[in-house]
Design a protein around this ligand. Structure first.
Ligand SMILES: Nc1ncnc2c1ncn2[C@@H]1O[C@H](COP(=O)(O)OP(=O)(O)O)[C@@H](O)[C@H]1O
Ligand SMILES: O=P(O)(O)OC[C@H]1O[C@](O)(COP(=O)(O)O)[C@@H](O)[C@@H]1O
Length: 304
């Protein structure tokens, strides 16, 4: 079974404003509210690719009820832990540019964390665990590290998509797959990474540390995959970007799909990038037909 954990789920509130002006009254001409947060999005894209998963994490209040009921309506299984306070609302403003304001989490107590650790204890070999998104400020920033250690001891394939201190600490537990974007990779090493060449030494370093798959996304420039066997880059397909929210989560879901299919590393990278780009080129999330079509035009290079 695939489990996704979103410690900090959200209602993503998309607003389209013709010409946004800061400091003035702006009116939207289109709106939508969608359950979001990185693990939740991975569950949603996995569903579109034909995989069942169970979405775990913390939800609360009226926004939490909306998140749970929307996912159930999409036939996505959930087993959230209820907390006090409302799950956050993340504003995604589309005008001449895309602006995001992500809210903060309700307080999560030690008892809630104990419950979550109990859920990990039920996992076993062959399961896949996805840990994705920011860590609420009421939680220790080594929580991902602790959860990864517990899951790896059980032989679970663990995928991590986070940033900052939680990423730095979690790497020590050797997740099976990490998917930072190039800004997050740079932040991890205290440098600025502007292109694929600049990322190579850091990818090699992470592989040497014992991470099986190091997948770095570069938005419109594609992605890089490092494994013990080599490093590959992918040039993404061309298309009109409609929405980049969830593109990274789609990349993660696509990669997991290919790990489960036991595809070659080249195939895994191509499929992951096709999922990311298919989401970027749509108003919502990728559909399998679009992913298959886009995958054909993705160019993979063996770099090292
Ligand atoms: N402008 C774009 N054109 C084509 N594909 C894109 C574009 N932006 C994002 N993508 C796709 O989405 C993937 C993830 O994007 P990225 O922005 O790096 O992730 P994150 O959302 O995690 O920051 C990329 O590897 C690529 O496949
Ligand atoms: O937990 P964070 O880092 O605040 O991110 C949450 C946001 O990221 C998203 O999961 C989208 O992530 P990506 O664009 O990286 O795929 C949104 O649904 C959500 O609002």
């Amino acid at each position: 079974m695939i489990y996704t954990i979103t410690l900090n789920p959200a209602v993503d509130y998309f607003l389209e404003v013709d010409h946004f002006t800061a400091g003035a009254v702006n009116r939207s001409n289109a709106e939508r509210k969608v359950p979001g947060g990185k693990g939740i999005n991975v569950s949603r894209v996995l569903q579109r690719l034909g995989h069942k998963s169970e979405a775990l994490g913390f939800i609360g209040g009226f926004t939490g009820d909306f998140i749970a009921s929307s996912l159930e309506a999409e036939s996505i299984q959930t087993n959230f832990i209820k907390v006090h306070g409302d799950s956050r609302i993340n504003v995604k403003l589309y005008s001449e540019t895309e602006t995001e304001i992500n809210g903060s989490s309700p307080i999560i107590t030690k008892a809630h964390v104990t419950q979550l650790k109990g859920q990990i204890e039920r996992l076993s070999e062959g399961d896949v665990l996805v840990l994705a998104g920011s860590v609420p400020s009421s939680l220790d920033d080594d929580l991902y590290q602790v959860l990864i250690e517990a899951a790896r001891e059980r032989g679970v394939f663990v995928c991590l998509d986070t940033s900052g201190e939680p990423l730095r600490k979690a790497i020590e537990a050797k997740p099976s797959l990490i998917k930072p974007n190039h800004h997050e990779l740079g932040e991890l090493f205290g440098v600025q990474i502007k292109n694929i060449d600049e990322a190579l030494p850091y990818v090699s370093h992470l592989i040497e540390k014992g991470i099986e798959y190091v997948l770095i996304s570069f938005a419109g420039e594609g992605a890089l995959l490092g494994t013990k066997e080599g490093i590959y880059s992918a040039v993404p397909p061309k298309g009109k970007v409609q929405n980049s929210v969830g593109a990274g989560d789609s990349t993660v879901a696509g990669f997991i799909n290919s790990v489960l299919a036991d595809s070659t590393d080249v195939e895994k990278l191509a499929f992951a990038v096709a999922c990311g780009s298919a989401t970027a080129f749509s108003k919502s999330f990728c559909e399998l037909e679009d992913v298959k079509r886009l995958k054909e035009s993705i160019e993979i290079k063996h770099i090292k």
